[in-house]
Design a protein around this ligand. Sequence first.
Ligand code: FES
Length: 103
Amino acid sequence: MLVCHCNIVTQKEVEEAIIALLDDDPWQLLVPAKVYHSLKKRGRCCGCFPNVVDTIIRVTEEYHRRSDTGGAEIVTHLDRVRALRGQYGSRMHERRTTGNRAA
Ligand code: FES
């Protein structure tokens, strides 16, 4: 499934890039620009970034759950990040409707 239409990036490529970055440093802060940079791409319209943030949260949760390193604390922190996104960040999605978010 395509996540980014501007760069022709699939969901699987994003997930693999996130896992590769987490393998390098499991505690680094991942943002869409960093993931795209590792794919040698960059945001153009950036309309896909909210989806990429959701993917980063989901894949990071799964990664740390599998690695058994303080999983309970990490999930709590990610729940707080998710709540902050709902509170501040992801209501408008670049003026796109929620239906537009599914690539
Ligand atoms: S859809 Fe990804 S940069 Fe435009």
